[in-house]
Design a protein around this ligand. Structure first.
Ligand code: SF4
Length: 234
């Protein structure tokens, strides 16, 4: 075979691979949107494959076709939640960790940080105390962490089978990808950022197995200094 024939075949192979990749990304985007908008999960393994192998490329592709790249992480979280749901529901709270981001804390929070994260004193100023109290009462190990390095340490130093995580879409998707050997459930933040973030507490409590009626009762009373809804309560 001559060199020019080799390059011709090589070029054709690259072109075909490129076209197949574009088809794969387009199909994943369509199926992902179907999952988010219609709650229909089709070909979950294909979605996870694209997400795990072509994560960065998939984000760029979404942007290039005029879709907010956030959708990629949104799809990732939704697929992983659905795929893990059955196994997760079989695991007891004592074998599950609840991981909350410290950006949910009240701006006047006085809790200190130790090697496993923030040591919440449950001062009733923010939702973390409510979730931590209820979680520990049910048997969950609760961690309030400032970043993914803490998550790595938690995984190394604790024995557990399942995780409930709260974070922004991107951190949540990447963490669930990293923790794929465990049954993970994620609740994305309603408002992300570095401080004053917000979460749907009821969604977290529901993931923990708390029934809605009880979840409502856990809402802080009027003694709180801020409007509870603004702090991500119920
Ligand atoms: S309840 Fe919130 S503000 Fe109070 S100590 Fe815990 S994390 Fe800090």
């Amino acid at each position: 075979m001559t060199i020019s024939a080799f390059y011709q075949i090589f070029g054709q192979v690259v072109l075909v691979a490129g076209i197949l990749l574009l088809i794969l990304l387009s199909v994943t985007l369509i199926l992902g949107r179907m999952l988010i908008e219609k709650d229909r999960l089709v070909f979950p393994k294909l979605l996870l494959f694209t997400m795990d192998v072509f994560y960065g490329l998939f984000k760029k592709f979404a942007e290039n076709v005029g879709v907010d790249a956030k959708i990629v992480d949104n799809i990732g979280v939704e697929v992983r939640n659905k795929v893990n749901e059955k196994d997760f529901n079989k695991i007891k709270p004592k074998d599950t960790i609840l991981v909350l981001p410290h950006c949910l804390r009240n701006t006047e929070c006085e809790a200190k940080l130790d090697t496993s994260g923030l040591v919440c004193e449950n001062c009733n100023r923010c939702v973390i105390g409510v979730l931590k109290n209820k979680g520990e009462e049910m048997g969950y190990k609760v961690f309030i962490i400032p970043g993914s390095t803490f998550l790595t340490k938690i995984v190394e130093q604790n024995s557990f089978k399942a995780v409930i995580g709260v974070a922004c879409f991107q951190d949540l998707n990447l963490a669930m990808m990293k923790l794929s050997n465990f049954s993970c459930q994620g609740v994305p933040l309603l408002r992300d950022g570095c401080v004053n973030t917000k979460v749907d507490s009821r969604a977290v409590l529901e993931k923990m197995g708390v029934r809605l009626k009880e979840a409502k009762k856990l809402a802080p009373k009027s003694s709180c200094s801020q409007d509870p809804d603004k702090r991500g309560y119920f």
